[in-house]
Design a protein around this ligand. Structure first.
Ligand code: XMP
Length: 513
């Protein structure tokens, strides 16, 4: 089945995959290609439109990346974003220079005025905030172009040659800070390129399965399944594609939430693949006995995980492919350089050294989190797995403060389950990014019935955040907190006091350890 296709030509900007994701969000298939892709190859792709991305360069400098100018003679619409806009202007005979005055350089949120007669802005407000990030200035726009948007500092924030279907914007419509940005991209696709919206997640699934089959052939694939959204969707996709050639190793370290291990196992029953659940609960507890220092806990768990996985992998024998549920934000973040290590996050990223395999496959590498969830639904995974909130690799070990025991873990599991149940029942789950209970290491005096108690204090944490780098504590209504607290103290043995954490990140982190 062939689809209408948009080609995003990549000039090195930081939001390029986000552009691709926006296009897909609008129901149009899209591929990102390097700016240097030969014209013949681009022609073969038969796109209904091109989007030129932003990039760090200035078009007038030597060695600045340029696309084949013949693209503009294909009769196919082009949307240039930021550098892409300047490149279009430059290539078609306009003049681009470094902004002489600071006022002509624009960074950040900028009030912008749009000409709504321009197809790009059809049906949208005449005024809105757009996200700028450019130091260059279009001194002269090419022949055939008109100005379609301006700001106080800049007369040509957007340019358009409606006849040829060429549009350029100096700002970034793909980022959330730009009001109606997605609607502008949608206008380009539907009003300019004639898109019909013929691409869905179902198609993505089919395409992904076909390409996995082609790559894997008759080979064997091994995946460490954690039960989180990414590895679960990755497992389901691979199972659908290569069935019994796949072995999933699910290490049950005993640090998961209530019923989670069984839920994961049940979810994968429908697929014909090798599902190995390793009961390593005792092993992890033994290693963690008496350990109170958070970083030590994380390290021990990370290492033990690798050991267990390695042992299981050995039983499976040599495999051809090691699969990983890496998603696009992981790809960006891992490139972030030498930011200070606040906490050593444990994922299965370190595995390749320990297992005998030929190649890594990462079938979710180009997807954003909500696309991964959508794909999971498309594959028939149950909603409780697909909409699961982030859960740290070291699990409940870093939510039991101080030393770990089986009893403490059970206590926390029960309390956490009640908390989650009540948040869902109150209809608050969607509006909160992450919420969980923490068993503190503090005991205090209480009174229950006629007796004195001396039990643990439980902390409730709930945050809202877009990126998990900063977060605010969620304003949960008092009556919900009251219900949670009453239920926990009544139903969970060992807890006689419940607190709500009202610290944002920074200065606190989301997890307590
Ligand atoms: P912090 O506590 O650093 O957490 O504010 C930010 C986000 O990361 C999650 N987290 C982890 N995720 N392995 C993971 O995969 C880890 O070791 C880990 N530690 C924290 C945390 O739950 C929050 O979503």
């Amino acid at each position: 089945m062939s689809h209408q296709m948009i080609v995003v030509l990549d000039f090195g900007g930081q939001y390029n995959q986000l552009i691709a994701r926006r296009v897909r969000e609008c129901g149009v298939y899209c591929e990102v290609k390097p700016f240097s892709t030969p014209l013949e190859e681009l022609k073969r792709m038969n796109p209904i439109g091109f989007i030129f991305t932003g990039g760090p360069n200035s078009v007038y400098l030597e060695n600045a990346p340029h696309a084949d100018p013949e693209i503009f003679r294909l009769g196919v619409p082009v949307l240039g974003i930021c550098y892409g806009c300047q490149l279009m202007a430059y290539t078609l005979g306009g003049k681009v220079t470094a902004a002489q005055e600071d006022s002509a350089r624009e960074y950040g949120k900028t009030e912008t005025f749009f000409d709504t007669a321009c197809p790009l802005f059809k049906g949208l407000p005449e005024k809105g905030v757009s996200w700028m990030s450019h130091g260059d200035y279009m001194e002269k726009v090419p022949e055939g172009f008109v100005l379609a948007a301006h700001s106080k500092a800049c007369p040509n924030v957007a340019i358009a040659d409606v006849k040829r279907g060429f549009y350029g914007v100096q700002y970034h419509p793909e980022v959330n800070h730009t009001e109606n940005g997605v609607a502008m991209i949608r206008n380009f696709l539907y009003e300019v390129c004639g898109a019909t919206g013929d691409w869905t997640m179902e198609d993505y699934k089919k395409t992904a399965i076909a390409s996995i089959r082609e790559k894997v052939g008759g080979g064997r694939v091994l995946l460490a399944l954690s039960g989180g959204v990414d590895s679960s969707v990755c497992a389901a996709l691979l199972a659908e594609a290569v069935g019994e050639q796949l072995t999933c190793v699910f290490v049950d370290h005993g640090l998961m939430r209530k019923n989670e291990g069984d839920e994961v196992e049940t979810a994968f029953k429908p697929w014909a693949m090798h599902f190995v659940r390793v009961d390593a609960r005792d092993r992890f507890l033994e290693k963690l006995a008496g350990v109170t220092e958070p970083e030590r806990k994380r390290k021990i768990i990370g290492e033990e995980f690798i050991r267990v996985f390695e042992e299981e992998a050995r039983k499976t024998g040599a495999v051809d492919f090691l699969a990983q549920g890496t998603i696009y934000p992981d790809v960006i973040e891992s490139g972030a350089g030498d930011a200070a290590v606040i906490k050593s996050h444990h994922n299965v990223g370190g595995l390749p050294d320990y297992v005998d395999f030929k190649e890594i496959i990462e079938p979710l590498r180009l997807l954003f989190k909500d696309e991964v969830r959508q794909l999971g639904r498309e594959l028939g995974l149950p909603e409780y797995l697909v909409s699961r909130q982030p859960f740290p690799g070291p699990g409940l070990a870093i939510r039991v403060i101080g030393d770990l025991t089986r009893e403490k873990l059970d206590t926390l599991r029960d309390a956490d389950a009640i908390y989650r149940e009540e948040i869902s029942a109150a209809g608050l789950a969607e509006g909160i990014s992450q919420y969980f209970a923490v068993l503190t290491n503090t005991r205090s005096v209480g009174v229950m019935g006629d007796g004195r108690t001396y039990d643990y204090t439980l902390a409730l944490r709930a945050v809202t955040t877009n990126d998990f780098m900063t977060a605010d504590w969620a304003r949960i209504p008092y009556d919900v907190l009251d219900r949670v607290s009453t239920r926990i103290v009544n139903e969970v043995v060992g807890i006689n006091r419940v607190c709500y954490d009202v610290t944002s990140k920074p200065p606190a982190t989301i997890e307590w350890e």
